[in-house]
Write a protein that binds this ligand. Structure first.
Ligand code: HAM
Length: 430
């Protein structure tokens, strides 16, 4: 009986694994150069961790389970609640600001579709303990720093930036009561995914006042921060505008403004955001979000800790990989399987020497391989080329007679005869 893989999961055969490793290595490298330190947590947590403040959408997508002691658990759909829990646990001893990154494996019982699976990897960067807008800018800069490092340009991707604080100010200014804000955020976040009539009908249900609904629609259609005051204007709106402008100015200073644009339609699906929010999208708008994040100043407090400001970002591997593939930026950059030396023999009588020399090379810290099925020498050279060997060591007649090896440079084809023992002695562990 053949058992298929579970819906929404992926098997990583070596070529897929090489792509995943390259993506993850890039995330880690960029995190480190931007001053973030790596952390991780458990793959499952108490179910209630994700029910506290992540929002209905995530709760509906949880893979939950009960352990033998009857505890209700869930596989992590995101790592931000774990981060809040971990930071709260050591709040008095951790030097601040906390700048941490992680690449957790996450599970969400979403409907599998292009770029959305039930198991994926997600790069997270978070800054905890800084309430100034420059920290939001640093998170966005780090995100762009990665995108740029893999060759994505402002012609390929865009960071769309808005602010929950600004949206809240506009909604309140338009007369929407506070208790309606959370459910309204969830609806506004779904706007791009809904047919316009459906969105308008749902909006009318939540905001029956036509003037208020008009103000919301007008705000979401704005294309510059400067014009927010034309829709709704008061001190709260102006303060939120100033805060957002500081973020945008810092991004200009860091010379990534080409990647960034103000987009008031960005609301974010998660419930815990309180300030600047952003999403990375492909310019064509064909794919789901590549990444997203924002400020969440209340989450640590909601998890029983002190009120400490926080801002961060999550980027999954699925959409990113699709986009990189479409742009021809993936396979050209993923390192190929490579060995330094491929040890071949011209006759099976040298088989034992082949094992000994391969082992000697490996013991000295070099990547070396050989064929179990010898075939002819040309077959072995083909295998060497298939593994992108830099050099091939051929054990032949000269070895039998004078203990000499042929070293063939696979790039140039040049061959050299060397004394076997002297050659091995010269290859000390690097
Ligand atoms: P999120 O918007 O839920 O945010 O997810 C961020 C990114 O994770 C998405 O833009 C997407 O790239 C990827 N992602 C989400 N769900 C899936 C899925 N089912 N399949 C593949 N990729 C997916 C968060 O998770 C926040 N915790 C991010 C954050 C960190 N905010 C502050 N700090």
């Amino acid at each position: 009986m053949k058992i298929p893989p579970v819906k929404g999961t992926r098997d990583f055969y070596p070529p897929q694994m090489a792509r995943r490793n390259w993506i993850v290595d890039g995330w880690k490298k960029v995190s480190v150069r931007n001053g973030f330190e790596e952390y991780d947590g458990p793959i499952f947590e108490y179910l209630k961790m994700f029910q506290i403040k992540s929002g209905d959408e995530i709760v509906e997508q949880l893979f939950s389970l009960q352990d033998r002691g009857g505890r209700d658990l869930a596989i992590r759909p995101e790592i931000t609640p774990t981060l809040a829990r971990m930071v709260n646990q050591q709040i008095n001893s951790l030097p601040r600001p906390i700048k941490w990154f992680s690449v957790p494996r996450l599970c969400r019982a979403e409907r599998p579709q292009k770029g959305r699976l039930r198991e994926f990897f997600q790069w997270n960067i978070d800054i905890i303990g800084i309430d100034s807008p420059e920290a939001d800018a640093e998170v966005i800069f780090t995100t762009v720093d990665y995108l740029r490092s893999v060759g994505l340009t402002p012609k390929d991707v865009q960071v769309k930036i808005s602010s929950r604080r600004l949206l809240a100010a506009v909604l309140r200014g338009a007369g929407v009561p506070d208790e309606k804000l959370d459910s309204l955020y969830a609806l506004l976040d779904k706007k791009p995914k809904l047919p316009p009539e459906t969105f308008e009908a749902l909006l009318a249900e939540q905001v029956p006042d036509a003037k208020q609904a008009r103000a919301i629609a007008d705000f979401m259609a704005l294309d510059s921060v400067e014009s927010v005051g034309e829709v709704v204007n008061n001190d709260e709106v102006q303060n939120a505008v100033v805060n957002l402008k500081v973020v945008l100015a810092a991004l200009s200073l860091m010379e990534v403004e080409d990647y960034c644009v103000f987009d008031p339609a960005i609301v974010r699906g998660l419930a815990y955001y309180t300030g600047v929010v952003f999403e990375v999208h492909d310019i064509g708008g064909e794919l789901r979000a590549i990444g997203g994040g924002g400020r969440y100043d209340n989450l640590l407090r909601d998890f029983g800790g002190p009120a400490i400001a926080a801002t961060g970002m999550g980027m999954g591997d699925c959409v990113l990989e699709i986009l990189l593939q479409e742009k021809g930026l993936l396979d050209s950059q993923v390192p190929k399987r490579q060995v330094e030396y491929f040890v071949a023999c011209a006759d099976h009588v040298f088989t034992k020497d082949m094992y000994r020399i391969t082992a000697a090379l490996r013991s000295r810290g070099h990547a070396a391989n050989f064929s179990y099925k010898l075939g002819g020498l040309s077959k072995q050279l083909k295998a060497a080329a298939g593994q992108n060997a830099a050099a091939c060591i051929i054990i032949g007649q000269e070895y039998a007679e004078k203990k000499q090896l042929v070293v063939k440079d696979m790039a140039t084809g040049a061959q050299e005869l060397v004394d076997a023992e002297a050659f091995l002695a010269g290859l000390d562990v690097s």
